[in-house]
Design a protein around this ligand. Sequence first.
Ligand code: IMP
Length: 176
Amino acid sequence: MKQIKDKYFVPFIEPKPLQARIKALAQEVNKDYAGKNPLLIGVLNGSFMFVGDLFKSIDIECEITFIRVSSYQSTASSGTVKHILGLKEDIQNRDIIIVEDIVDTGMTMQEILGQLASNNPASIKVMTLLFKPTALKVPLKLDYVGFEIENKFVVGYGLDYDGFGRNLDAIWVLGE
Ligand code: IMP
């Protein structure tokens, strides 16, 4: 049991199976992109550890960059508008792999996909370490999924609870 701020978490995915799955995902990328030169786009902050470990196990020629998604309440619309920040690379005609820590409702990924697709990449695939299928609210095609998990709050390995817990080397889940 681990306390982070006011909440208690229990072990969920230990470092060994986590790292084994990430190596397997990297092998899939090595196979699927053989002869190509994909650009991995990590979504900050949550994906930083995952992308780092994944990248080390990819042995084809590839590049990496990071984006951040900001959200704010627009005065002109009732919804929350998300903007992609930090993308300096020209992605036109590139093979893109977006790398996320977790897909929950899928709204963030849908927004990212829409905005990146408008820049005419050659292809876009989505990789997420964790996926909560029962929380998904929008249609989304996920090309590489590390682990499908229940709709419960998790922390560790880059994922945070109110800013904390990102430094843990395993994934922990909120206790009952
Ligand atoms: P979505 O737009 O609902 O899919 O949310 C995606 C973002 O919400 C992720 O990139 C995380 O930052 C955050 N998130 C969703 N579920 C969790 C969780 O269980 N733990 C920590 N962060 C989460």
